[in-house]
Design a protein. Structure first.
Length: 359
């Protein structure tokens, strides 16, 4: 899935594939420093997306005097996962104040997540300053170049954005994933033609691509028949990526106009894997597209019962839309009031709330 700081806009709320996916791969990285038991438990909870439990563990780590730099870093990651950016920034600052005299890999890592928190809280200039400092001290940091490129593109600085994206590609160990990410950012900000150059370069080296990767490319290119064929093959061959494959294959069938079959795919997967909130969200969206608002409500509410913080906002918003589509405007209004208390800065929610007041 997509990493990075951006969020593309869609008709319904989709999950935000942000730097939180990077957290999953880096959260257990302790940079050679010893964690205490509470911090270890906290990082495990982050890996499970149980951010409230992680906050509790890291606060206990601080109280019991475990390594404070690691404990506060973990606390910041947990708050970042909960989209509580002010508390995340405060925790990261505490982590840095408890670090060593000389900045090293761990301090760069903390600054990277601080940049993420700044960007997500609509402070791109602060994020850019931190990323520039990271790049100055570690020129080959591919993620810092990538995120710096995202900020530049989001602010209309195309040349700087491409410069940093090219740098990121030259230093990354996974150029396929990086090219997907770059395409998604460029397409989101109106530069899809440039983004296609990165996809075309991947297709020119087709032998190095898996069936799943080829499916992802053709989906982005809008060639949905080709995408379906490759993703169907991937579903049979690549057992270690079934959740991602089912998610993309279902979306492909939706784009081909077969939301009913997409729903069947999601439902079959959830029968064997009932703890995937992302798939429940997509099942709900497919039900809405097929005109089954009641089925959508059930899917979104079942997904919410899983208590996955990374999916809570998307599921909550989409549930409101489903109640509205079902003609239950009173329930939609009540849920919207709760949603706006939890996510006051969501402009889509403001527009939707204004509409509901007229019903």
């Amino acid at each position: 899935m997509t990493k990075g700081l951006h969020n593309t806009k869609t008709a319904y709320k989709k999950p935000v594939f942000s730097a939180l996916l990077i957290i999953m791969t880096l959260a257990l990285f302790s940079c050679g420093k010893k964690e205490g038991d509470n911090s270890t438990l906290g990082f495990n909870k982050i890996a499970e997306s149980d951010y409230p439990a992680a906050v509790e563990s890291f606060n206990k780590a601080v109280e019991e005097g475990e390594n404070l730099e690691l404990a506060y870093r973990g606390l910041g990651l947990a708050y970042l996962g909960m989209a509580d950016y002010d508390n995340a920034l405060n925790a990261f600052e505490n982590a840095l104040s408890n670090g060593g005299i000389f900045a090293g890999d761990l301090e760069r890592d903390i600054n990277f997540y601080m940049a993420t928190a700044y960007f997500k809280s609509s402070r791109p200039d602060e994020a850019a300053k931190l990323l520039d400092a990271i790049i100055e001290s570690d020129e080959k940091n591919d993620l810092a170049h990538y995120e710096r490129g995202v900020i530049a593109i989001s602010e209309g600085d195309y040349e700087s954005g491409i410069y940093h994206f090219e740098k990121a590609l030259s230093y990354t160990s996974d150029d396929h994933e990086m090219k997907f990410n770059i395409y998604d950012v460029l397409a989101a900000y109106g530069y899809a033609d440039k983004g296609r150059e990165y996809l075309d370069s991947m297709l020119n080296d087709e032998k190095a691509l898996s069936e799943y990767e080829q499916g992802l490319i053709f989906f982005r290119l809008g060639q949905y028949d080709d995408a379906r064929n490759h993703l169907e093959s991937a579903k049979q061959e690549e057992r270690d990526k079934q959740a991602d494959i089912v998610y993309m294959l279902g979306r492909t069938y939706e784009m081909l106009g077969d939301s009913n079959y997409a729903g069947v795919l999601y439902s079959e997967y959830l029968t064997k894997n009932p703890s995937n909130a992302l798939i429940y969200n997509q099942l709900g969206l497919s039900k809405l597209a097929a005109g089954d608002a009641q089925g959508a409500i059930l899917a979104f509410e079942t997904g919410l019962e899983l208590n996955d913080p990374s999916m809570k906002q998307a599921l909550s918003y989409n549930r409101i839309v489903a109640y509205e589509k079902n003609g239950d405007f009173e329930s939609a209004k009540a849920l919207m009031n709760e949603y706006r208390l939890a996510y006051p800065d969501d402009p889509e929610a403001l527009r939707e709330s204004t509409f509901l007041q007229t019903r």
